[in-house]
Ligand binder design. Sequence first.
Ligand code: FES
Length: 124
Amino acid sequence: MTAQLEAHDTAAPAAQWHAVCPYAQLLRERGVAALVPGAGQVAVFRLADGSVHAVGNRDPFSGANVISRGIVGSRGAVPTVASPMYKQVFDLTTGRCLDDAGAALPTYPSRVHAGVVFVAVPAG
Ligand code: FES
């Protein structure tokens, strides 16, 4: 399976994929927090369309690891999450804060394989 995962990896030449949780554990429009080696806490979201997005769990405004508990929404076609602390909204695809151009969450490639959610972290 690892070789196949690497063959499908278009995210980065040397990304390391980590299994996070079974896809069936993710609720629609909700996030979960996972500890991913090399990335720390990652917030993984399942959207209404079934897609999965992974961003850093740490809210840059409060410093708290709460993004996974944020409110999923959208601005236009952009899927977003609003921090449960001070309500800043982040683009789930790029990590950019839509309320403050100077802030962003790290983003991580993610995919579902054999019913398991994987998140990629750049190697090295
Ligand atoms: S074989 Fe490509 S993601 Fe599983």
